[in-house]
Design a protein around this ligand. Structure first.
Ligand SMILES: Cc1cc2nc3c(=O)[nH]c(=O)nc-3n(C[C@H](O)[C@H](O)[C@H](O)COP(=O)(O)O)c2cc1C
Length: 190
């Protein structure tokens, strides 16, 4: 059966390093007949600039955010994907704010029962992949960490590809090993 892969880009650059990593990853994944969809978080329209911690999602039976904006359909797509790919450039030793907003809205894909000390989520068992790049070689570990911890917490197998010295947007083409590694990872998780 073909795997469904949902890719979420956190880069505003449509032809930048993140876009190229995604392109190469998809080339590998398509060799294994994966069905791929890309969402660019930088171009979603939100009613609020982040999760507003209303906690309404915790009162509903179904999963999903109660705020009616562009995040809602993406969250639902996450539930039906086999593999979720998050891709972000390093912005000041962390992920881009564009992807962080969407990640925080994923609060609505978990149900916590604090009294019982339990957590349930339909994300459990899906693979989480992180693709990151940076101009320098400092801070990629900090960029990866929140995604690795989220995967561990959620019960998602985790894979990542971190590319240092990627240059400015688009210059990652000068690193052929980045292309090879992205394609290999696409093939591996598909
Ligand atoms: C707002 C901003 C902050 C950045 N912060 C860092 C940083 O802290 N360290 C670093 O090595 N590169 C930094 N960069 C460079 C990008 O991480 C790097 O060029 C990345 O590969 C760009 O990916 P993109 O083309 O998809 O935007 C920054 C770039 C921008 C625009």
């Amino acid at each position: 059966m073909s795997k469904k892969i949902l890719i979420i880009s956190g880069s505003p650059k449509k032809d930048g390093n993140t876009a190229l990593l995604i392109k190469w990853f998809i080339e590998g994944a398509r060799e294994k007949n994966a069905v791929v969809e890309i969402v660019n978080a930088a171009y979603l329209k939100y009613k609020h600039p982040g999760c507003i911690s209303c906690r309404q999602c915790q009162k509903n039976v179904e999963y999903g955010c109660v705020i009616d904006d562009d995040a809602g359909p993406v969250l639902i797509k996450m539930i039906s994907a086999d593999v979720i790919v998050m891709a972000s450039p390093l912005y000041f030793f962390g992920a881009s704010s564009q992807i962080k907003i969407l990640v925080d809205r994923m609060f609505s894909l978990y149900k916590w029962d604090n009294a019982a000390g339990t957590m349930q989520t339909p994300l459990k068992g899906k693979t989480l992949v992180f693709l990151g790049s940076a101009f320098e070689d400092i801070g990629l570990d900090a960029l990866e960490k929140p995604f690795a911890l989220t995967a561990e917490y959620t019960g998602m197998p985790f894979e990542s590809l971190l590319v240092a010295h990627a240059g400015t947007s688009g210059e990652i083409v000068k690193l052929p090993e980045a292309q090879d590694r992205a394609k290999t990872l696409g093939r591996k998780v598909a």
